[in-house]
Design a binder for this molecule. Structure first.
Ligand SMILES: [Zn+2]
Ligand SMILES: [Zn+2]
Length: 237
C-alpha cells in the first residue's frame, strides 16, 4: 500500500513547500507517514528534478505530476515530466490528447469549482473516455466537492476517485490523500495502479466550509513570499 497526497503545489509554482529545502519533505514524511510523494505545480515541471532528488534521499518513490490549466479548467496529469504549453493556452480536449499521447494518468481537478473546474463537462462521454479519474475530494474546493458528492455520478462509474489537498503550504498537506493498492515502488507500476479504480482509495474529510483559508500564511508573509518568488522568476499561475 502507498499513501500520498495527490495534489501538491510547491515553490516552483505558487506554493511554499521546499522553501526550507528538503527539510520540508523530511518533516512531512515523518508527520504524515507518507510512503510516496508527488508534486502538481501549475503548468510547470520545473520542480520535479528537485523533488525527485529529495525523494531519493528520503527513500520514497517520486511520482512526476503537473496541474495543467486548460481553457475550460484544471487537469492533473501524472507521468508527465516536461510540458511546453502555458496556462490557458490549450483547450480541454487538446490537453487530454497531448497527455494521452504520452500515456499520462489524467485526473480532473476540483471538477465543479466555479472558476477553475471543468464543471458539467466532467459528465460528457467524450471527456470520460479520455480520463482516468476525478477528484471527489479537494482541500481547496470543499463546497463544490460536496455538490459533486451529492450529484448523480453513475456516468463516472468506471473512473478512479482521487483525494488531494491542493495545498500551497505544509498546513493542509495530506489532510486529503490517496491510499493506493500497489506493492511496487517503481514509478511505472505505480502509474499502472493509479489507472485502476479498484486500487485507488480517496481519504479525507467532507467539508462544507472553506477550509483552505488555513493553508495560507498571513497576508504580509504571503506578500513577502510572492515578492521573493517574483525576484527568482518563479511565479506562475
Ligand atoms: Zn486547480
Ligand atoms: Zn492545484
Amino acid at each position: 500500500m502507498l499513501k500520498f497526497d495527490s495534489h501538491v503545489h510547491t515553490r516552483f509554482s505558487d506554493g511554499s513547500i521546499f522553501y526550507n529545502g528538503i527539510a520540508d519533505l523530511k518533516m512531512l514524511v515523518k508527520r504524515d507517514k507518507i510512503t510516496a510523494f508527488t508534486i502538481t505545480d501549475h503548468n510547470t515541471t520545473a520542480g520535479q528534478r528537485y523533488a525527485r532528488k529529495a525523494c531519493d534521499v528520503l527513500g520514497i518513490p517520486f511520482i512526476p505530476g503537473i496541474e495543467i490549466s486548460a481553457k475550460e479548467g484544471h487537469i492533473v496529469a501524472y507521468g508527465i515530466d516536461t510540458w511546453k504549453y502555458g496556462a490557458y493556452q490549450l483547450t480541454l480536449p487538446e490537453v487530454l490528447d497531448a497527455c494521452n499521447d504520452r500515456n499520462a494518468v489524467l485526473v480532473i481537478a476540483h471538477p465543479l469549482d466555479r472558476r477553475m473546474g471543468i464543471k458539467q463537462r466532467l459528465f460528457s462521454p467524450d471527456i470520460i473516455k479520455k480520463i482516468n479519474g476525478y477528484e471527489i475530494l479537494n482541500g481547496a474546493s470543499p463546497r463544490p466537492n460536496l455538490e459533486l458528492l451529492r450529484s448523480d455520478r453513475s456516468a463516472l462509474a468506471g473512473l478512479c476517485m482521487y483525494a488531494g489537498s491542493d495545498c500551497h503550504s505544509t498546513v493542509l498537506f495530506c489532510k486529503f490523500h490517496v491510499v493506493l493498492d500497489c506493492e511496487s515502488v517503481k514509478v511505472d507500476d505505480i502509474l499502472e495502479c493509479m489507472r485502476d479504480n479498484r486500487k485507488v482509495r480517496p481519504v479525507g474529510p467532507v467539508l462544507d466550509i472553506p477550509h483552505w483559508v488555513a493553508d495560507f500564511p498571513p497576508a504580509f508573509t504571503r506578500r513577502r513570499m510572492l515578492k521573493q518568488l517574483e525576484k527568482r522568476g518563479k511565479v506562475r499561475y
